[in-house]
Design a protein around this ligand. Structure first.
Ligand SMILES: [Zn+2]
Length: 139
């Protein structure tokens, strides 16, 4: 999957492709189950694969539901790069249209985009590291 994604994409897009991937995974698992059913006449293996496939499908629905919840918390902003409106989630996100990294936080302005800024613990670490770097430059 990483081969096709050279640029980072917005969070909602990534979660959406994850949910889509789960649906495919569930279908593949169920097909494998059917294969076992016909070739090995094993109903037990078939039911195991069926349950696994159902779980993957069920989980993808949960993820889709989660996307819906997240979407209600997004902020719509106009991308300064392509002038399209895009939905932002968290402190740092990426334009869904042109993959331009965006932030609403002035403290992050001009910094290299890092997904970790949305994680409280990782973000703190990053900022401390950054402050240390700038401190070195000044002195
Ligand atoms: Zn854009």
């Amino acid at each position: 999957m990483k081969l096709f994604r050279k640029k980072p994409t917005s969070k909602i897009n990534r979660i959406r492709s994850f949910a889509l991937g789960l649906i495919f995974l569930g279908m593949i698992v169920m097909y494998v189950g059917v294969f076992f059913f016909y070739y090995f006449k094993s109903q037990i293996v078939f039911s195991i694969f069926l349950v696994l496939g159902m779980l993957a499908l069920g989980f993808s629905f949960v993820v889709y539901f989660w996307i819906g919840m997240l979407s209600s918390r997004t902020i719509q902003v106009q991308c300064p790069n392509c002038n399209h409106y895009t939905k932002m989630l968290g402190r740092a996100d990426i334009c869904a249209n042109c993959n331009q990294p965006l932030t609403l936080d002035k403290n992050l302005e001009g910094k290299t985009f890092n997904q970790d800024y949305n994680n409280k613990r990782k973000s703190k670490k990053l900022e401390e590291l950054d402050d240390a770097k700038h401190g070195d430059k000044k002195s």
